[in-house]
Structures are given as C-alpha cells and as structure tokens.
Design a protein around this ligand. Structure first.
Ligand code: ATP
Ligand code: MG
Length: 248
C-alpha cells in the first residue's frame, strides 16, 4: 500500500432543514486503504458517502478525489469524476433481469458507444475484462445467470466485479453486508479488502457491526450519533484515534 492520499475530506458540513448532520468532518483515505465508518443510525454515514460521490452537495468543506474537487463538480465533469468511483449498497444495486456478466459490463458503460449498449454488444476486450473480474470474485460459473437469481453475497460480488472493470480508484460501500448472513458477510468484506490491496483501490465502507470493522478495515472512523454529541455540536463526527492503523 502506498501512503498517497487518494481521498481528502476537509471540514465537511451538511444540514437538512435545521438538523446538523455533518459538522467540520475531516478524513483522509490513502490509496489502497480500507476505512470503515461506524456510528449509530442517523449519525450521517450515508450522507457522508452521498457527499463524497457527488450525489449530495455539502454545505461547507472540500472533498478531493485525486485531482477532482467533488464538492464543486456538476454535470459532465461530475459524471467523469464518478467514473472513478465504484458503488456497493445494502440494497443490491444490480439490474435484476440482466446476467451477472451484463451487470459487470455496465462498469464500462461510459466508455462504450450507445449503439453497443442498445444491442448488448460490448467490445471483446471489455468482455474479457468482465470475465476476468467475475473469475476474480469467484463467479465465473454464474456469468450468464440473471442477477436477481443470485444470492445476496453473490450479488455484492457482482457489484465488486463491476467496480473492478470500471477500474475504480475509490469504492464506496453503504452497509454492503447488512442483508447477508454472517458467512457471506465475511466473504464479501474479505474480498473487498483483498481487492483494495491488490488494485490499490481505496475503500470507504459503512458498517453496523464493530467486530467486522475491526477485523477487515485498516482504520475505523466513528461518527457520533446526535444523542451522543453535546447539544452545541450535534451530530459532529469524531475519529476514534485508538482505532488508527489497526493490525488486520
Ligand atoms: N434527504 C434528506 N432529507 C432530510 N433529512 C435527511 C436526508 N437524508 C438524511 N437525512 C437525515 O440526516 C441524518 C443522517 O442520516 P443518514 O442516512 O446519513 O444516517 P446513517 O448514519 O446512514 O444512518 P443508518 O445507520 O440508519 O443508515 C438523519 O437524521 C436523517 O434523517
Ligand atoms: Mg445509512
């Protein structure tokens, strides 16, 4: 792992109506580093991930993903920056009717001409990459299976394969294992950790189970819930310094 800063979040602020959700939140994620976000429901984990991805606009602060100032980008420039981000969500975000292979190939959509998408004809090199990614996540035998017929763990692995063909520099995962049984959850997190290291892909991943975070993440960042924070500073996140550079 290099120590190059891939993602820099500086003094991020975000409110909804009069509720302050993020207040002066800062966090760096190095290339290839897996950072877990913990915190009670409502602490702002999803809000943070949405701001980083450009799906929500912060009220204050900066988010730098490599050279992209995510907090400032709009339109085509934002979409270009988003191509460097892979997503895995709790609710499996695949196209159910399409095969695992087709879903992985959507990681290449912005690079592929529209007529090829319409006809389902992806360039040979992309198909090779997609098969390689499916093999990497252990799903080659399921390449032609409809995504909605795969198990939850398999669907999350398809989403990881999609991030691989997309050559994502950052993987944002919002409770990727919340709907999985313990064994599948461990498999998915272990795969995410391996791929982060092998591909030098940074990972920011919200989790509800501290034990899983401690086991799989390089570092843990705890967002305080509103009830935990002092009234003057509601919802302000803090970094659990004791969790820094946990051995894994
Ligand atoms: N679009 C929105 N409009 C208004 N309030 C919102 C919106 N999105 C989030 N919030 C509020 O912001 C706070 C943080 O929500 P968020 O979804 O980020 O929490 P979370 O840490 O992801 O919680 P959970 O663990 O339950 O997923 C909550 O109080 C929520 O109600
Ligand atoms: Mg959430």
């Amino acid at each position: 792992m290099t120590h190059q800063r891939r993602l820099q979040i500086r003094n991020l602020g975000k409110s909804f109506d009069d509720a302050l959700v993020l207040d002066g939140f800062s966090l760096d994620v190095a290339a290839g580093e897996f950072v877990a976000l913990l915190g009670p429901s409502g602490a702002g984990k999803t809000t943070l991930l949405r701001c980083v991805s450009g799906l929500a606009q912060p009220d204050a602060g900066e988010i730098l993903l490599g050279d992209h100032a995510m907090h400032r980008l709009r339109g085509a420039a934002l979409r270009r920056a988003q191509r460097e981000i892979g997503f895995v969500f709790q609710q499996f975000n695949l196209i159910g009717r399409r095969s695992a292979l087709a879903n992985v190939l959507t990681g290449r959509l912005p690079d592929v001409a529209l007529w090829r998408v319409v006809l389902g004809r992806f360039p040979e090199a992309d198909r090779r990459d997609a098969f390689a990614a499916l093999e990497r996540v252990g799903l080659l035998p399921q390449a032609w299976q409809r995504a909605d017929l795969l198990s939850g763990g398999q669907q999350q692995r398809v989403a990881i394969a999609r991030a691989l063909v997309q050559r994502s520099r950052l993987l944002l995962a919002d409770e990727p294992v919340a709907s999985l049984d313990p064994e599948a959850a461990e498999n998915v997190l272990s795969l995410i950790r391996e791929i982060a290291r092998e591909e030098n892909m940074s990972v920011l991943c919200s989790l509800h189970q501290p034990a899983l975070a401690a086991r799989f993440a390089d570092r843990i960042c705890v967002l305080a819930g509103p009830e935990e924070a002092p009234l003057t500073n509601r919802g302000a996140p803090r970094i659990d310094a004791s969790a820094e550079a946990r051995p894994v």
